[in-house]
Design a protein around this ligand. Structure first.
Ligand SMILES: Cc1ncc(COP(=O)(O)O)c(C=O)c1O
Length: 347
């Protein structure tokens, strides 16, 4: 079986195109992450991994005996770590994808990432977004030159419409958990663990969870570079499909009413769940109010304006007792809507 790597010509994901053409492959590996990192580094700068003494002080005031390093992924173009997936995708498009263009579905940051990648590669992209996607994210996708189609109220409904659109137009549907996307996202964690190794060993890494691509990438890299570090996923209790799927070992669905649009998935996704099943150390749920509290701390103690999904990892830290040593959280995104910013300021 051929392994998936950025130089391979043909890709698919089991949940997206399985059975279409009988191609087989294996799951992404750490070696694939290293190759992806070389590709991504040609376009994107590394992001800082930083401590914030004032944030540490706030943790101590809450009785938490850890210091925290924040990986500032929100400073990337498009304002989120997801752009790494789009950049990697752009370098690994198949001839058919180049010829007929891309279609995907997203509540916002995967959308911007694919739009960014499509622009890099010079191919057309159509992004199907549900009505629940914030207007600021729809505008950002359009500003990157992609066509925005608004369909359905949830990500699940938008996904069905995106597949239909792709089938009707001969374009390629890009699943949000396409292995090329997972590998692109994983490069954030290669960077993080290499940066941490130069500073201090990490006891725990907290990662926000929507579809699970970031958490899966984190575990792949942790296994290779920092086996002593626990990886903990954090999802909103108002969108627990990924949490339920990980706990049961089956793909499960759940309503997604969370205010954190980046976490608003309604189903578990096969590839990340498979990668995480044996690797992820723990998975915690946090409330949307807890996410807001974390976002306020980032804004006032770490000069970082995060969107809800970007603050979720810190919310997971605040909700977990017994953490020790140095903990890392990933601030994955900064695309907060005006409403979100006003809510943070109002408290
Ligand atoms: C800012 C942000 N953080 C975290 C996530 C969750 O990432 P994943 O879908 O890889 O679990 C998303 C998903 O879109 C996001 O936009």
């Amino acid at each position: 079986m051929a392994s998936i790597g950025w130089s391979d010509q043909n890709y698919w994901t089991d949940e997206c195109r399985a059975g279409d053409d009988g191609r087989v492959s294996t799951d992404p590996t750490f070696a694939d992450v290293r190759r992806a990192a070389e590709v991504v580094a040609r376009t994107l700068p590394p992001t800082p991994l930083q401590g914030h003494p004032l944030l540490d002080l706030s943790l101590r005031e809450r009785g938490l005996a850890t210091s925290v390093l924040v990986k500032h992924e929100h400073v990337l173009p498009t304002g989120s770590f997801k752009v790494r997936g789009g950049v990697h995708l752009a370098a690994t498009l198949t001839p058919a994808e180049r010829a007929h263009g891309l279609v995907t579905c997203s509540t916002g940051n995967h959308a911007q990432s694919v739009a960014y990648g499509a622009r890099l590669a010079g191919v057309p992209a159509t992004i199907v977004m549900p009505t629940s996607a914030p207007a600021v994210k729809r505008d950002a996708v359009a500003a990157l030159g992609a066509e925005v189609v608004v369909r359905g109220t949830t990500l699940g409904e938008a996904a069905a419409a995106a597949r239909e659109h792709a089938a009707g137009n001969g374009a390629s549907f890009i699943c949000p958990t396409d292995p090329r996307i997972v590998l692109g996202h994983a490069t954030a964690y290669l960077e993080l663990f290499e940066q941490a190794a130069a500073e201090t060993p990490l006891s725990t890494l907290l990662v926000p969870f929507g579809s699970g691509t970031g958490a899966a990438g984190a575990c792949l890299v942790r296994d290779a570079l920092a086996p002593g570090c626990r990886v903990v996923a954090v999802q909103s209790d108002a969108a627990p499909a990924g949490w339920r799927s990980w706990r049961s070992g089956e793909i499960e669905t759940a309503p997604a009413t969370t205010r954190a649009s980046g976490l608003a998935t309604t189903t578990g996704y096969e590839l990340p769940q498979r990668l995480l099943r044996e690797r992820l150390d723990d998975f915690v749920l946090v409330s949307d109010d807890g996410i807001d509290e974390a976002a306020r701390l980032l804004a006032t103690r770490a000069h970082t304006l995060a969107e809800g999904a970007g603050a979720a990892a810190l919310a997971g830290l605040l909700a977990t007792e017994g953490l020790v040593g140095t903990v890392a959280v990933v601030c994955t995104g900064a695309n907060a809507s005006a409403d979100e910013i006003a809510r943070l300021a109002a408290a």
